[in-house]
Ligand binder design. Structure first.
Ligand code: PBG
Length: 324
């Protein structure tokens, strides 16, 4: 006779729930939202069905609905008109720019909403890169100054967590110092620590029209082949003062999430990126995969790997399901 029968712990829904090791809740989600200039516009992003670019008026309504569903954390991304872009991404630190105005307006209407930002030059850069470009090269230390200004403008506008996604060396320490010197010691930093040069960002670049105008991002974003390098990036971000370490993308990088969560005692987060969202939506629209079950399995796997929070375009849909 078999003494050990693991199936006994799967024999009923009650027991299965009792022995569940990972629990996904709405508190785990950070919902990325796209904002555009203007009024009364809500346009769907073709490669991201169900995800929209909103003008501020519509964005307010969307955030209100999300709060009602229990989603309390949001990450904003701006879609900027070409004529506002320049080499130094100046618009990114404009206190009157859409991004800063959106942050302060949301905070005013919904003080309970947790707002995370994105610090990188690409949405505002005429080169479509995350740093200043000179002779085809991305300058590191010169870019830090721009990133510091962006982070400070965002903190002034009411951001709770600053999210540098640019992958310049030394940016966490630089931004931490700028924030502290200006009295924003309570503003947190979620470092995009292990951000890979990934093909999964395609739909996001469609959404923001932010694709690089030349070349690729391989001189600053990481090589998908590497894990030790992720530990070095994480170590630097930790030492430089990051409060959270993020892995991006999530699903093809679950081993990286695990490696970081095994090696660091601050919260690890993951970005379930646009291409991962688009893949499931496309398959579901074709009837090839079941949307809801596949979505929950994806999100659960990211949490099981060690992420304590997940940036995901599925946040709203998943919140509705979790409420049932
Ligand atoms: C900007 C940024 C990108 C994403 C988040 N912040 C794109 C990029 O680095 O090219 C991608 C997010 C997604 O694909 O959902 N630096």
């Amino acid at each position: 006779m078999l003494t050990r029968r693991p199936r006994r712990n799967r024999k009923s829904a009650v027991i299965r729930q009792m022995v569940q090791e990972t629990l996904l809740t709405v508190d785990d989600f950070i919902f990325p939202l796209f904002i555009i200039e203007g009024e009364n516009i809500k346009e769907e992003i073709p490669s991201m069905p169900g995800i929209y670019r909103y003008t501020l008026d519509h964005l307010m309504v969307e955030i209100g609905e999300c709060l009602d569903l229990g989603i309390k954390s949001f990450c904003l991304f701006p879609s900027v008109k070409e004529d506002k872009k320049d080499r130094a991404a100046t618009e990114g630190s404009n206190p009157e720019g859409i991004y800063q105005v959106a942050l302060s307006s949301i905070k005013e209407k919904y003080p309970e909403a947790m707002l995370m930002t994105d610090v990188a030059m690409d949405p505002y850069s005429s080169d479509g890169h995350d740093g200043i470009v000179e002779d085809g090269k991305i300058l590191n230390d010169e870019s830090l100054e721009v990133l510091g200004k962006m982070a400070l403008a965002q903190a002034k506008a009411g951001a709770d967590i600053i999210g540098p996604s640019d992958m310049m060396d030394g940016r966490i320490g630089y931004i931490r110092e700028v924030l502290d010197d200006n009295g924003y010691t309570d503003v947190s930093i979620m470092a995009y620590s292990a951000k890979y040069a990934s093909a999964f960002y395609g739909p996001f670049r469609d959404a923001l029209n932010s694709a690089p105008k030349f070349g690729d991002k391989k001189t600053y974003q990481m090589d998908p082949a590497n894990v030790k390098e992720a530990l070095i990036e994480a170590e630097l971000d930790y030492v430089e003062g990051a409060d959270f370490l993020m892995v991006k993308p999530a699903l093809s990088y679950l081993d990286i999430i695990k490696a970081l969560s095994d090696n660091f005692d601050i919260p690890i987060t993951a970005y379930n990126v646009s291409g991962e969202y688009a893949m499931l939506k496309a398959a579901a629209q074709n009837g090839w995969l079941e949307n809801d079950k596949t979505m929950m399995e994806m999100l659960l796997s990211i949490k099981r790997a060690g992420a304590s929070a997940i940036l995901t375009y599925f946040a709203k849909e998943a919140a509705v399901l979790l409420k049932k």
